[in-house]
Design a protein. Structure first.
Length: 344
């Protein structure tokens, strides 16, 4: 039976902690240990954590006297504490899907080259809306690490929410912990780092985790302008430490191109909505030009130039570019959906 260490950092998520831990302890076919780390919460997290540890010997609870931040808390569990075959980092407000751990470990037990397994993550608000049964049959796709990195650079996006990932322990310890200089996009850089030393697998047909949507989500606290800068920092950090990769220069250029295209398109949409100032369109344009040296040759830049000649007020009132924008959004949706179904 595969052994898995599950690290659950918690900061003021006491109302969700019991459901999170239960989703781990109810996993079948695996031997789990759970470490709940309370990062000096001001709510009743300590009471819940102590009760969970008292009720189940597989659960260990720790409480920080002072807040250390999420990166230090992640690394305390994944690097300093975990020693099992497999590891999971699970936010206290999220949950594992039934059978998630057995599916992931079966895949990695059968193929030692796979260092990370993930699958669909269902976003939810109420636990009563979640599916309760685990489907016994599933399939998966295996990607070489180089292929996975290539597609991530072409898209410029992170396709992983986070709770749906199971990592081989030896691989996690090899690549090390999360980087403190990437507080908001460290997960993307981590997945790239893992793919640089191992293959990646994606589970089809069944959810691997449940991602809770609520007002206190860390990801909800960032706007698109901040997010694109953070993703840029994640790619830059990855390639800074992985210049030895085959085609690292080409891959980095692909990532920069994807981010520049996204920034320019966001600026286009700001003109269409007459929200140039609110959306920080000028800064998005500066970001694109600084990020990708050929930004002015991109089709998004030409589309932006047409809008700038007319001005945001006319663009918004006439909706002259509404049809082309709709076509682009539909194409992007289908492209993103295809990546999601393929797991990449």
């Amino acid at each position: 039976m595969s052994k898995i260490d599950v690290v659950i950092p918690c900061y003021n998520y006491a109302p969700y902690l019991r459901a999170c831990v239960h989703s781990v302890l109810s996993q079948s076919g695996v031997d789990v240990r759970v470490l709940v780390i309370d990062d000096a919460s001001s709510d009743y997290t300590a009471r819940v954590g102590e009760e969970l540890a008292a009720l189940n010997k597989a659960v260990e609870f720790r409480r920080h006297k002072v807040n250390k931040g999420h990166i230090a808390t992640y690394n305390e569990g994944l690097i300093d504490w975990s020693a099992s075959e497999y590891t999971v980092l699970l936010s206290a407000d999220d949950m594992l899907a039934p059978g998630a751990l057995s599916r992931a470990t079966r895949i990695m037990d059968a193929d030692g080259s796979i260092g990370m397994v993930y699958g669909p993550a269902i976003h939810f608000r109420k636990e009563t809306d979640l599916p309760q049964n685990s489907l016994p049959k599933f399939s998966y796709s295996r990607f070489s690490g180089s292929t996975w990195i290539d597609v991530r650079c072409r898209s410029g996006h992170n396709v992983i929410t986070s709770p749906e990932v199971v990592v081989r322990g030896s691989v996690q310890r090899l690549v090390g912990g999360y980087r403190s200089e990437l507080p908001h996009a460290g997960d993307l850089e981590m997945w790239l780092r893992i793919a640089a030393v191992s293959s990646v697998a994606f589970v089809h047909r069944v959810p691997q985790a449940f991602y809770r949507v609520h007002t206190a989500n860390m990801t909800k606290l960032r706007n698109s302008f901040v997010d694109i800068h953070q993703r840029k920092a994640a790619f830059d950090a990855f390639f800074q430490y992985h210049q030895h990769l085959t085609d690292s220069g080409r891959l980095h250029d692909l990532a920069n191109r994807a981010l520049a295209r996204e920034a320019l398109w966001d600026a286009c949409r700001a003109y269409d909505r007459n929200e140039v100032k609110e959306s920080r369109a000028d800064e998005l344009i500066e970001f694109a030009v600084a990020t990708y040296t050929k930004a002015t040759s991109l089709p998004e830049f030409r589309a932006l130039s047409r809008r700038r000649r007319l001005g945001p007020l006319i663009c918004n009132r006439t909706q002259l570019f509404a049809a082309p924008a709709l076509v682009r959004r539909v194409n992007r949706w289908f492209s993103k959906r295809r990546w999601q179904l393929q797991g990449i």
